[in-house]
Design a protein around this ligand. Structure first.
Ligand SMILES: C[S@@+](CC[C@H](N)C(=O)[O-])C[C@H]1O[C@@H](n2cnc3c(N)ncnc32)[C@H](O)[C@@H]1O
Length: 350
């Protein structure tokens, strides 16, 4: 076979872009942790020395960091000054913006920090528990997903479910399974003060963070967090059981859906939010699919394989496979309620 020089050059170009992206993400984490983006969020042009002064950082390293940000198109540069445009500030500096993504860089860092554990899982039985990852995965996940919950959950996702918003307005009982640091429960508890929200997660440190977040948000009265697995969470007569970006992480998603079925009132609803995916691999070979498959290799699928059953759905399971899971668990009504470029929002009814 004859090597095609043009194809080689094109592929090398692609790899340079990808490696630059991976390297600059480490710098995004620095900018986020050191407050460099926040210190530029007002959009006024700064010199490296001024930014170093504002953030208490080393001026020479700040200059190098800014040069890399300029080369990436994250900041603009002219006459020795650097400016963070408003659009970039929304994505990198403002945690309240719906497009804030800097938390995602922390999730990706955990994949590098946990490299040795992931190598061992890949050489072994495939299992690596969520709990055994670097803690930046837990806070990174919260900060990556929370902007989406704030932007979409109350405004779009809950209204896309049949009869759920009137029920929550009247006062209903909701379980949020695999709730992590509780971002989704807290968003809903604020919007629906007459309802009660019960967040469950098998990871005790996440439950402790969720308690703290609820206190900070001032929603202590109608939101409760407790350690429990998806297959044994307590309570019954729920009106709504939610799974936010966690069902595919679980070893036994059928068991989790079965427990949700048992815990729901007749006529109750499951809200299943999963990473956006199509049913066939060929249709997932997209920038979003690439991101999710890579994270799923290092985090989601190993966690599932570390648990009982180990079904290993993966983060790109797609609607058809998820429907099968819910049918097996006894749900007959299952439909796509809505979607975003990053999420499938699915409804199952008892
Ligand atoms: C990707 S995180 C999503 C967290 C949260 N729902 C959010 O959207 O921010 C997946 C969560 O599922 C939890 N989890 C995984 N397996 C579980 C199980 N079998 N039972 C309960 N929680 C589980 C993990 O501890 C983790 O908090």
């Amino acid at each position: 076979m004859k090597m095609d020089e043009g194809k080689l050059q094109a592929f090398m170009g692609k790899l340079v872009v990808d490696m630059g992206g991976a390297a600059i993400l480490a710098n995004v984490v620095l900018g986020e942790e050191l407050g460099l983006y926040r210190a530029m969020a007002d959009g006024t042009p700064v010199t490296p020395d001024e930014l170093a002064g504002r953030t208490g950082c080393n001026a020479r390293l700040v200059r190098e960091w800014l040069n890399g940000q300029a080369a990436s198109g994250y900041v603009e540069h002219g006459s020795g000054r650097f400016r963070l445009p408003e659009e970039q500030a929304m994505a990198l500096a403002d945690e309240d913006s719906p497009v804030y993504v800097a938390g995602g860089a922390m999730v990706l860092s955990s994949m590098y920090l946990d490299k040795d554990k992931i190598v061992a899982a890949m050489r072994g039985d495939g299992g690596l528990s969520w709990a055994d990852h670097h803690p930046c995965l837990f806070s990174g996940t919260e900060r990556f997903f929370r902007p989406g919950y704030r932007a979409h959950l109350v405004a779009e996702w809950l209204p896309a479910l049949e009869g759920v918003v009137p029920m929550l307005d009247r006062g209903g009982k909701v379980a949020d399974i695999g709730c992590g640091h509780g971002a989704s429960s807290i968003v809903m508890a604020k919007a629906f003060p007459s309802s009660t929200f019960h967040g469950f997660d098998f990871h005790q440190p996440s439950i402790e963070q969720a308690h703290q977040r609820a206190q900070e948000a001032g929603v202590g009265g109608n939101v409760f967090f407790e350690r429990a697995t998806a297959s044994d969470f307590p309570g019954d007569d729920y009106d709504l059981v939610c799974f936010f970006d966690c069902l595919h992480d679980m070893g036994d998603p059928v068991g989790a859906a079965r427990r949700a079925h048992a815990a729901l009132k007749t006529g109750g609803t499951v809200l299943l939010v999963e990473p956006y995916a199509n049913d066939e691999l060929d249709d997932n070979l997209t920038p979003v699919g690439r991101l999710f498959y890579a994270a799923s290799t290092c985090v989601c699928t190993p966690n599932s394989l570390s648990q009982e059953v180990g079904l290993a759905l993966g983060a790109q399971a797609g609607e058809r496979r998820l429907r099968e899971v819910f049918h097996q668990a006894g749900f007959h009504h299952f439909r796509r309620a809505t979607e975003t470029p990053f999420n499938l929002v699915l409804e199952a009814r008892k």
